[in-house]
Design a protein around this ligand. Structure first.
Ligand code: FES
Ligand code: FES
Length: 165
C-alpha cells in the first residue's frame, strides 16, 4: 500500500494565485520550475551556496533549493519573471544589469537581481560595501562583481528618483 502524503497548497506567484499539489519534502525550486513552468529561477549548487535559485517569499530573499514548497502556503512569492512590467518591460534593476554589463553568461543573474530587489527594499541607498555584504550568498563566475556593484548603485540612483525595483 502506498501512502499519499501530498497536500494541496495555494499561494500568490508573481501576482497570480496558484494552486498545486506538493509532497512534504518537495523543494520550492522544483515546484516553480518543473510544475509551474517558471524556469527563470536557476539551480546551481542545490545546496544553498550559490544563490542562483534566489526568489522572494514575502519580500525576503530565500534559496528556493532549500525552501520547502509546502511552506509557501498562503504566502506571496516573486521570481525573476515577476519583476518585469507590462509587455515584459525590464524593471529598473534588470535594465541596470543589462546596461552596465553586469551579466555575462547570465546564470547567476536571476538570483543576483532578486537579491538586489530585496536589498534595495531594505536599504535604498547602499554603499559598495553594503552591496558586497548583501550579495555574499550570490556567486558569479564571470563578471568579477565590479559591474554588478556598479549596476546596483546605478539602479539605486534611478529608483531614488522614483519607481519600484
Ligand atoms: S542552487 Fe540554491 S543556493 Fe545554489
Ligand atoms: S554572469 Fe556568469 S555566473 Fe555570473
Amino acid at each position: 500500500m502506498t501512502i499519499d502524503n501530498s497536500m494541496q497548497i495555494s499561494f500568490e506567484l508573481n501576482g497570480s494565485m496558484r494552486r498545486a499539489r506538493v509532497e512534504p519534502h518537495e523543494r520550492l525550486i522544483d515546484l516553480l520550475r518543473d510544475v509551474l513552468g517558471e524556469t527563470g529561477t536557476k539551480e546551481g549548487c542545490g545546496e544553498g551556496e550559490c544563490g542562483a535559485c534566489t526568489v522572494l517569499v514575502e519580500g525576503r530573499a530565500v534559496n528556493s533549493c532549500l525552501f520547502p514548497a509546502p511552506e509557501v502556503e498562503g504566502l506571496r512569492v516573486v521570481t525573476i519573471e515577476g519583476l518585469c512590467g507590462e509587455g515584459l518591460q525590464l524593471s529598473p534593476v534588470q535594465a541596470a544589469f543589462l546596461e552596465g554589463g553586469a551579466t555575462q553568461c547570465g546564470f547567476c543573474t536571476p538570483g543576483m537581481v532578486v537579491s538586489t530587489v530585496a536589498l534595495l527594499g531594505e536599504n535604498p541607498a547602499p554603499s559598495a560595501s553594503d552591496i558586497r555584504n548583501a550579495l555574499t550568498g550570490n556567486l558569479c563566475r564571470c563578471t568579477g562583481y565590479v559591474q554588478i556593484v556598479e549596476a546596483i548603485q546605478s539602479a539605486a540612483a534611478k529608483l531614488s528618483a522614483g519607481g519600484e525595483a
